[in-house]
Write a protein that binds this ligand. Structure first.
Ligand SMILES: [Zn+2]
Length: 241
């Protein structure tokens, strides 16, 4: 696993927004790997939303650009239409996820093996998890939005809590420094998630510049495995889905 290394770093970004292109340039510049969770029913939507006190573009990548834009990284599911899954029937949950997987697979040319739960707040519950476990076996991991601030490996990949949300910039920076210093006896995972559009919310590219500094500090280390979610999570010791 992890090419014999005990530390792994992975990223997870949601909604398939146009700002993913800028983020991918940074990931590629620093040799980092990420997973992008897309809503197949929203591809090509044009809109803007409030984020961090600013109005930012929330337009979504067009279907015909998906394969090329995300090549070298991983595409995962985020449901077709971005509903709150706990409010749906079991069949509704299954069709939102399964249909997203099959549409995304046809765009990117490989099977989808993971997802991020859409929406904030209570975006998953025991019934949603059980439905995925019983009826959508191709989904091997599903990410929440609950920061653990920990590098310990997740216990249940269908309730995969990330280490930190990227807009918790101070916390992310502290965690990055701690992760770089670690010389662990057991495998440790640094898992960062966010939305690329949130980085547009500060003047003078302040968020973009700050996150690039953190990326560059984490890059190029011999003792860290840089992988997509699939590469990091499905090649991990301990409990598997
Ligand atoms: Zn989302």
């Amino acid at each position: 696993m992890w090419n014999g290394k005990n530390k792994a770093l992975t990223f997870s970004y949601d909604d398939g927004v146009l700002q993913d292109a800028r983020l991918i340039k940074l990931f590629n510049k620093y040799g980092l790997k990420a997973t992008f969770n897309l809503n197949s029913g929203r591809l090509g939507f044009i809109e803007s939303i409030r984020s961090g006190g600013a109005q930012v573009d929330h337009s979504v990548v067009r279907a015909e650009n998906v394969r090329e834009l995300y090549s070298g990284h991983e595409i995962a599911a985020h449901t077709v239409t971005h509903p709150m899954l706990p409010s749906l029937s079991e069949d509704g949950i299954v069709s939102e996820i399964k249909e997203d997987c099959s549409k995304l697979a046809s765009l990117c040319g490989y099977d989808i093996v993971g997802m991020a739960y859409p929406g904030g707040g209570v975006n998953h519950d025991a019934r949603v998890i059980q439905t995925i476990r019983n009826r959508i076996p191709n989904i091997r991991y599903a990410r929440t939005i609950t920061s653990t601030y920990s590098f310990d490996l997740p216990k249940d990949l269908l309730e995969l809590d990330p280490t930190v949300y990227h807009m918790e910039l101070d916390r992310m920076e502290e965690l990055a420094q701690a992760f770089l210093k670690l010389e662990p006896e057991k495998p440790q995972l640094f898992y960062i998630w966010g939305h690329a559009y949130e980085l547009d919310a500060a003047a003078d590219d302040a968020f973009w510049l700050r996150i690039e500094r953190i990326f560059s500090s984490l890059a190029g280390r011999d003792d860290i495995f840089y992988g997509t979610n699939r590469e990091v999570l499905l090649d991990m010791p301990g409990p598997k889905q």
